[in-house]
Design a protein around this ligand. Structure first.
Ligand SMILES: Cc1cc2nc3c(=O)[nH]c(=O)nc-3n(C[C@H](O)[C@H](O)[C@H](O)COP(=O)(O)O)c2cc1C
Length: 204
């Protein structure tokens, strides 16, 4: 199928349908959790620092659970963001997929998993290439006197990276959706209350 035609067919399934638009957004997020080439794969997580100023960085989307409205990302527990999330678990998440012409702006609450079953399962699913990052010494963000000064501890039977690993689940409670189309942009917002999403169209 030519790409434009495929897109028109997909678009027709949600373009003027609020419930279908929310379902489509979660389907695309779920795809991104499995497909490294999806536009939503590298999302932006914004947190608030102790001094009240915003912080933002790119993280890989590792897992998506539409039923519980959660996203999962992985990070180093020694990183600045972990301290920020401990102090202020409210976060904003941004994702844009240029292929699907879809922007998602989300709000949620970060839940840290360090040494529990969720962190164990997330760690077990990571590849050795990804685990190397967690073996870096000194801690991420430490000033160095030379660029190559950081070292990577070698993995023994017990990977030293595991002690630095954190899975972060983000429980979403707001999703704002913007779909770009030549026939007219579509914008909507859903908020979660009483275990259900309540949505409204917005002027684009
Ligand atoms: C494409 C891309 C993907 C990234 N993925 C991750 C990731 O999954 N986890 C992570 O901790 N940092 C990731 N980073 C690095 C972060 O953006 C950030 O620089 C680092 O985590 C330090 O952030 P902090 O000092 O705010 O804690 C990624 C960066 C890029 C450019």
């Amino acid at each position: 199928l030519p790409k434009v035609l495929a897109r028109t067919l997909v678009e027709a399934t949600f373009y003027n349908d609020l419930d279908a638009s929310l379902r489509h957004a979660w389907e695309e997020l779920s795809l991104a959790g499995r497909d490294r080439r999806h536009g939503f794969r590298n999302l932006q997580l914004a947190s608030v620092a102790a001094d009240g100023t915003p912080r933002i960085r790119t993280l890989v989307l590792r897992g998506v659970e539409p039923d519980t409205a959660t996203l999962r990302v992985h990070t180093d527990r020694r990183s600045d963001k972990l301290d920020e999330l401990r102090l202020q678990p409210r976060v904003a998440v941004h994702a844009y997929d240029p292929v699907g012409k879809l922007q998602l702006r989300m709000l949620g609450r970060a839940e840290l998993h360090l040494d529990d079953a969720i962190a164990d399962a997330a760690w077990a699913a990571t590849q050795d290439m990804g685990r190397v990052c967690y073996r870096v010494l000194p801690a991420p963000g430490t000033p160095l006197s030379a660029p190559g000064e950081a070292v990577f501890a070698t993995a023994a039977d017990a990977d030293p990276g595991r002690a630095h690993f954190a899975a972060v689940r983000i429980q979403l409670d707001m999703m704002e959706w913007l779909y770009l189309a030549q026939t007219g942009h579509r914008r909507a917002r859903w908020t979660a209350a009483d275990n259900a999403w309540h949505g409204t169209w917005l002027a684009p």
